[in-house]
Design a protein around this ligand. Sequence first.
Ligand code: SF4
Ligand code: SF4
Length: 370
Amino acid sequence: MSIPVTITQRPPERAESKARLREIRAARPDLAARLKTLRTFGRRVRGCEIHLTTACNIRCKGCWYFEGGFDSAVDETSDPGLIRAFAEKLAADGVTQATLIGGEPTIVLDRVRPFVEHLPYITISSNGLRPLPRDGFENVAIGISLFGGGPLDDALRAHRPNGSAFRGLFETGLKHYRDDPRVTFVFALSEEGLPYIEPTVRAIRDNGNLVTFNFYSEHGSDHPLRIENEKRTLAEALRVKELYPDTVVSHPYFIEALITGRSHWGAQFGYDVCPSISVDLPEHEQRVANGNPVLDGFAVYGADYDTLQFCCTSGDCGNCRDSQAVYSWLMVSLNWFLDSEQRLETWLDLAESYWRQWYWSQSHSPNFHR
Ligand code: SF4
Ligand code: SF4
């Protein structure tokens, strides 16, 4: 697939979008019904992200968290009372979803529990070295990071904090989570790893898990988004998606936007359009006012459970292609998908694939209808 670009000079007016949507709904009740389901579920999810700990049991090459100094920027707390009160306050404020990152959440399970007890939709981002138990964490979505695939993954990720290397990190994750419906691998593609994409996805399929694509960018290097042959990378990612449509959750439109950074209306992904920012930070005032949508009420907290962070990842906007930020950008851009029924259909497919990434929003999950 290739996203045909229609350069539009101005964002659609609200009234214009509403009128278009009314027309399409009248003409296509099937699309109207899908949109309603998505909006009903979307309204239930008010998200935040929390740096649960500054510690990690490995040191990946190019990790934005450590290379960007996030581990030392705020003082981590391990105070269970404070963490519990924080989770309670989130719930009282109407937050329903938390993405727990680190560092590595599985090494601080006592900090995961209060969130599981108070919020219905929890995702943890893990490297897969330690398993998240089922008992008490039955409904938690687990995103397992994976860099490059094949031997590249160990080369990039399998390094202990003391610098020594080990082997088999991906295989360890597979072993921990065989046929575990909570798990989606978050596979950061890299140009060097093109030959490994298909076998890696096949291994995930054979293990009974799902995979969503991310883009490997080496934080701290001169060329974080190292990509010389965009077309080749895109073609291979789309080919593998076509071969394993059920295992690869990512929608082809998303895959193209992720790799190229571009949308069909001619926008380039970056700070001006990125919705995954801590909206209450004063430094985002101009961004919030520029008319491009943000995620309502979204906030990212440091490991002191208090300090607001710039955004869901490194804050290095010029070199960012964070998969969840790109997906969120497309999700909040419905107004750009109203120029035809087909385009709206694409957005609906995209939105359904976005939610399918996480166990708690899959229809078979016990939390789905909460
Ligand atoms: S597992 Fe995550 S936090 Fe730990 S080093 Fe790797 S990328 Fe960084
Ligand atoms: S670093 Fe990425 S996710 Fe963060 S604000 Fe910039 S573009 Fe968005």
